[in-house]
Design a protein around this ligand. Structure first.
Ligand SMILES: [Zn+2]
Length: 267
């Protein structure tokens, strides 16, 4: 199925309506099936594969998402550039709900997830800069054009969940200088790197995490409501980013595995 799509979007359910016309594909992988069937469509003349991260019925909580299957499935369809919109909490009062951020760094605080394809041999991928520089630049440029005032950098700390942070955790993260907190950005990013995919996180702030709020702390209701308010706008933004992605990659991501002997053949 290689060649089915060149761009992959891993995101929420608001993206289906405009992608549906191209059909759907069911993909299996050595790591089991991905979160759901993958919708194929065309955006700005590019073939796009859309995968709902949690499944269409939202059956996978963050720690149960089949991350390895998801990235493998996208690559097997021909995807080389991945856009990953997600809801995040803000660790600073400066970023109110509705803020868009394009992080440039990541801190892994997850603990129960398979986070590598390299289960045999000495295979170590470089991950100093976890996100695609070209994808980030496209996202920032498109966000400005689409009327957002994007935060152009920042550190996303990815927690295990599914619970939200305690106040102490949230204060601690903020004290490190980290600015955003989420539950799904890892291992998605590193698995993309292990398959030499471009990966760009597009973070929509839905709440100010436990530590910076004066109230009771973040609730699920609050997060879903804020995401719902912005999903149409976020979809338009993702489509605008797709239009700005280069057809031929000219970024370090494609060379991430140069000189490395992989324990398997890339899909
Ligand atoms: Zn790249």
């Amino acid at each position: 199925m290689t060649g089915t799509a060149s761009i992959g979007v891993i995101g929420g359910s608001g993206f289906y309506t405009l992608l549906g016309r191209g059909g759907e594909v069911t993909v299996d992988t050595p790591f089991g099936p991905p979160s759901d069937v993958i919708a194929i469509g065309e955006v700005a003349g590019r073939r796009v594969a859309f995968l709902p991260r949690h499944g269409r019925d939202h059956r996978f909580p963050p720690h149960k998402i089949p991350y390895r299957a998801n990235l493998w499935a996208l690559r097997s369809l021909g995807v080389r550039q991945v856009l990953a919109p997600s809801a995040v909490g803000s660790l600073t009062m400066a970023y109110k709900p509705g803020t868009l951020a394009i992080p440039d760094q990541l801190v892994d605080r997850t603990r129960s997830r398979h986070q590598t394809y390299y289960d045999v041999g000495a295979v170590h991928v470089t991950f100093a800069d976890p996100y695609c520089p070209v994808g980030r630049a496209a996202a920032i440029a498109a966000a400005r054009t689409e009327g957002w005032s994007p935060v152009e950098s920042g550190t996303l700390v990815v927690i295990e969940g599914p619970r939200f942070s305690t106040r102490a955790e949230s204060h601690w993260y903020a004290a490190q200088g980290w600015t955003l907190v989420g539950m799904t950005g890892h291992p998605e990013a590193v698995l993309a790197r292990e398959l030499a995919l471009c990966y760009t996180a597009i973070a929509l702030v839905t709440d100010t995490d436990a530590g910076v709020t004066e109230g009771e702390g973040v609730t699920q209701e609050e997060v879903f409501a804020e995401f719902g308010r912005n999903v149409g706008r976020l979809r338009d933004l993702v489509f605008a980013i797709i239009a700005k992605l280069p057809e031929e990659r000219d970024c370090p991501c494609q060379n991430a595995l140069d000189g490395i002997a992989l324990p398997f053949e890339l899909p």
